[in-house]
Each structure stands twice: as C-alpha cells, then as structure tokens.
Design a protein around this ligand. Structure first.
Ligand code: HEM
Length: 519
C-alpha cells in the first residue's frame, strides 16, 4: 500500500504539517545541536515557494550555499532536515525505528488517493501504539515485499516478460511512436495485466490509462489539497473514475484472477474494515508503483543508447554474445549476470534522472552520528538531487552521462574510466553505497527494484536487438536528448520536457523473427 516516493512524501509531509500548524506564525525555536538553519527570505513560506519553483534543484541550490552535510529548512512553522551526505544518510537509514517511513505514509496516503476519513482513521490506528498491534501499513509490507524478492518472483517475471514479448512482436514495421508515451504505456498495460489479471480496469476501459497519467502528472498539487476539485480538476476527476473502476473490479470478483499479492492485499483491507470505494482508491495508489518509473527509465535509457551510435553497437554486441540463447530468445538471467555495460548504463541513467528524496518522519528526538539533533514531529529527507549530482562524490564529470561509471559495481565510481576503456588499471574510487538514491535505502528501500531491473533491462535488450529507431516519415533525424524536467518534484524518475517522435523498423534479417523474453 505504501507507494509514495520520498520526494512527494517530503513535499506532502510539509503540507500535512502545515495543516496542523497553519495558525503558528512565529519563528521556530531551534536547538543549537540541530543541523544549521537556513532561514528563507520570505518567512514561513519562502522554502515552500522555492521547492515549488525549482523542484528537486532547490535543495541542491541551498546545499551549495550552506556547504553543510545536513541542514534545517524552517517551513510553515515546522522544520524539514535535508541531508546531502551519504554517510549521514546511512546513519538515518540505520535509525529506522525512530526515523520512520510508515508514519509518513499513514499521513500521506489519504491525500494521495483521496481516502475517506474512516479509512484514514483505520490507517492511523491509534490503538496500535498503545496495544502494540500491527497497523495495516506494516502488514502490507508482508503482503507486497516477499513476492517481489528475486527468489520468489519467477511467476511475475514470466508473466511480465510474456506481455512485453507480445507487445514487441505486435509492432508493425515502420510503425511510428512518441517514444516516451510508448515506453510508459507499454510498461503500464503489461503491469496491470501481470498484477491485476485479464479483467483489470485498464484492460476493460483503455481510456483509464490516460486518466492514470493525468492524475500521476498532477499528484503533488492534488495532494497539497488546496481546493483540488477547482485547481486540479482533471486529476481529481481522473482519480475518481479510476477509483470507481477498481471498486467495480472488486465488486465483480475479478480480483480472483489477479496475482496472489493483490488477492492477499484485498483480504487485508477487507479484514481491516476498509470500505470497497476506499479499497478501490488504494489500488490506484499501488498501480503507481507498478506503472510509472520503469517506463520512464526505459525511455531515458533508449534515448541515451540510440543517441550514441557506438554505444548502441557495443550494447547490441554484448547482448548478442551473452544473452541471446536461441534466435529471438533473450535470457534475463544472462542479461543480469553477463551484460555489464547494459547494467552500467541502467544505473548511470538513474543516477542522472532519478534524483529521489527519501523522507522519514521523526517519531522521537534523536541524535544521529553523535552530532545532529533531529526533533520529534519533523521530517528528514535524504536528498537524491544533492547526492546524485555532487562532483565531490562522483568527480568532475558528474553532470555527463558516462556509460561505464557503474561497470561491475552497484555503487558507481568516482573518476570513472573514459568511455572506450573498461576500467582496468584506473585510479577510480568506489562511491559510498548510500549515495545512489534511485530506490531509496534502508528498511523501506523499494521492494520492486529487482522486478524493475528485470523489466527495464529486458525491454532495452529487445529493442536494441530487434529494432532500428529511425526518424518519422518526412523527418531527417530523430530529435534525441530532450532536457530533464527539473521544474517539478518528480515521483521518482524525472520526466523529459518533451517527447521524441520515432519510427521502429525491424532490423535487417530479423523482419520475421518472433521475440521471446525469457527468465
Ligand atoms: C525504476 C523503477 C522504480 C524506482 C526508481 C522506484 C523507486 C522507489 C523509491 C525511491 C521508493 C521509496 C523508498 C524509500 O523511501 O526508501 C519506492 C517505494 C516502493 N516501490 Fe518502487 N521504484 C521503482 C519500481 C517499482 C516497481 C516495479 C514496484 C513493484 C513491482 C515498486 C514497488 C514499490 C513499493 C511497494 C514501495 C513502497 C515501499 C514501502 O512502503 O516500504 N517499485 N520505490
């Protein structure tokens, strides 16, 4: 159930706190042991305006002025702590009993999908703290996480890969697409089928897919909750239509054809006394985890590879020599274990495009790293935008795409080898493991990360192996490399400012090949 990325949860948490503290107009009292305070030029709301105007870049801008590993932003009468240091981030992650993700979710989820007051109370479950029972959000981890572990996800993997294979075998020669639209919809339709079964609401009514992306695009202003039915009307209506369709899906018993994970989750919500309309909205929330980030990442990787013809040739060769086990058959196990360049491109693309902030609720006063006091009732964020783009951590080429930065390493290299070398004999250093934030970290690190890697590497492998990507008819070239949209707080992976018009052509000699993505 808990599917709110840290960036959004962080912004939202501020709005939640604002609701309670809006009447408080004084300057916050800060203890000298708290991280250094950065007072905004406009008291009370200055930082909020900065975040809305500059998106994820705001923390980076403030950080470059403060030059402290963690700092305090007073916002709306409360404080948010922003951490740009991997070592402190690791300390924050270790303190997960006090610096809690679930508490944030309990506050954020009702605004995220527009739950009723009753459902919000059930999620809060005030008796849990006094009687020691487990809250629905905690129990949801036991339902969602185990099937997504690599050793358990064979059935989900096979289903998703079959859906992808069918999709690519169905592409007509010279079919034209908008690449971002294509990648995101291909992942979303496949995922809905894999998790929710053949009678999922999006299959029964294709228009809901566009509703989904309308809501997802405006989910942050929707969550802030300032008259959403007026100011974020389209997203509010789209969410309402999706919630109703999931409600019908549950009422019609289609959940019986869903994956066991969805069935157990529905039983959990039922047992907790959550009404069916609220259950429907909670499923919209979970769909966001399945549907969005893998597609956006696939888009960025294709853009990075196809805009560099030499890299495209290298990756084609790597996949051909290591992962094609029969004509048209690509093995994910082999992609993962033997295609080091593709794996490196995957992580480097996320370093640049997934500057996630992961937020935690401070349940009690706590001192981290024996130095910094964090006060109860605040939010602390590990700022991906600071860490992913910090030259001190990654080296001077931090803002350029280096396909070999993650060659043979999950954490990445400072001063990686130049693009035509494989890294032997270089003086590169390993980057701190906590600096890579795309999937968050610690106890609530994204449980879907193994599934996401499987999806993305397989999708990219079938496209590079099977297709040339050409300009649309009448155009001379493909307009690669759109800028990243840094104006909005992303859910995780940033979007491009524009789509790319392309034409897919089956590669010579492979015109009639049937593709099979395999385990
Ligand atoms: C490129 C793709 C993806 C990215 C970048 C991504 C990123 C994230 C991040 C940053 C978080 C928050 C972690 C934290 O605060 O420490 C998260 C949470 C979550 N993600 Fe993903 N994710 C991706 C794909 C997926 C997929 C495919 C699934 C499911 C199949 C999934 C399921 C979840 C769930 C259930 C949570 C909530 C965890 C909790 O409540 O503790 N994610 N994801």
């Amino acid at each position: 159930m808990a599917i709110i990325s840290g960036s959004v949860a962080g912004v939202l948490a501020l709005a939640v706190v604002a609701g309670a503290l809006i009447s408080y107009f004084g300057r916050i009292q800060v203890d000298s042991r708290e991280p250094p305070v950065v007072h905004p030029k406009i008291p009370f709301i200055g930082h909020l305006i900065g975040m809305i105007r500059h998106g994820p870049l705001y923390f980076t801008q403030v950080s470059s002025k403060v030059k402290a590993p963690i700092f305090t932003l007073p916002v709306l009468g409360n404080r948010t702590y922003v951490c740009g240091s991997p070592a402190l981030t690791a300390a924050i992650q270790r303190a997960s009993a006090t610096l809690d993700f679930d508490e944030l979710i309990v506050h954020a989820m009702p605004r995220f999908v527009g739950l009723s007051k009753e459902a919000a109370e059930i999620l809060k479950d005030p008796t849990a703290t006094t009687e020691g029972s487990r809250r629905v959000v905690e129990m949801a981890h036991s339902v969602i996480n185990p099937p997504l572990q690599p050793q358990n996800m064979e059935d989900l993997t096979m289903k998703q890969l079959k859906n992808f294979s069918d999709y690519f075998n169905g592409i007509r020669n010279d079919q034209e697409f908008k690449l971002y639209h294509m990648a995101t919809r291909a992942v979303a339709f496949a995922s809905m089928d894999t998790f929710y079964g053949p009678k999922n609401p999006f299959k029964l009514n294709n228009d809901l897919m566009e509703d989904f992306f309308v809501w997802e695009t405006d989910v942050v202003p929707y969550m802030v909750g300032f008259f959403p039915s007026i100011f974020v009307r389209k997203a509010t209506q789209a969410l309402s239509r999706m919630g109703k369709s999931f409600e019908e899906y549950i009422n019609n018993g289609h959940v019986k054809e869903a994956h066991a994970l969805i069935q157990s989750r529905q039983a959990l919500h039922e047992d907790a006394g959550i009404s069916i309309p609220d259950q429907g909205r909670l499923e919209v929330g979970l769909s966001l985890a399945f549907n969005v980030n893998a597609g956006i990442t696939t888009f960025w990787i294709l853009d990075n590879i196809y805009s560099r013809p030499e890299l495209l040739e290298e990756i084609r060769r790597e996949v051909r020599e290591n992962a094609i086990t029969a004509p048209g058959t690509i093995s994910y196990a082999k992609l993962k274990d033997s295609c080091h360049l593709l794996a490196s491109v995957y992580r480097e693309t996320m370093r640049i495009n997934a500057p996630m902030n992961t937020a935690r609720w401070v349940k009690e006063d706590i001192v981290i790293a024996d130095t910094y006091l964090l006060r109860k009732g605040s939010v602390v964020q590990a700022a991906g935008g600071i860490m992913h783009w910090d030259p001190e951590l990654w080296g001077e080429d931090v803002h350029s795409f280096n396909p070999r930065r993650f060659w043979g390493t999950q954490s990445g290299l400072k001063n990686p080898p130049a693009s035509d070398q494989k890294g032997e004999g270089k003086t590169s250093q390993q980057v701190h493991a906590a600096a890579f934030r795309a999937f968050g970290g610690g106890a609530s690190m994204c449980p879907g990360r193994f599934f996401a890697q499987m999806e993305i590497m397989s999708l990219v492998a079938v496209v590079v192996s099977g297709f040339d990507i050409l300009p649309p008819q009448g155009k001379e070239k493909v307009d690669w490399n759109p800028a990243r949209d840094d104006t909005k707080f992303p859910f995780a992976v940033s979007k491009p400012v524009r789509d790319i018009d392309v034409r897919f052509r089956r590669r010579e000699g492979m015109e009639d090949l049937e593709w099979k993505l395999d385990l």
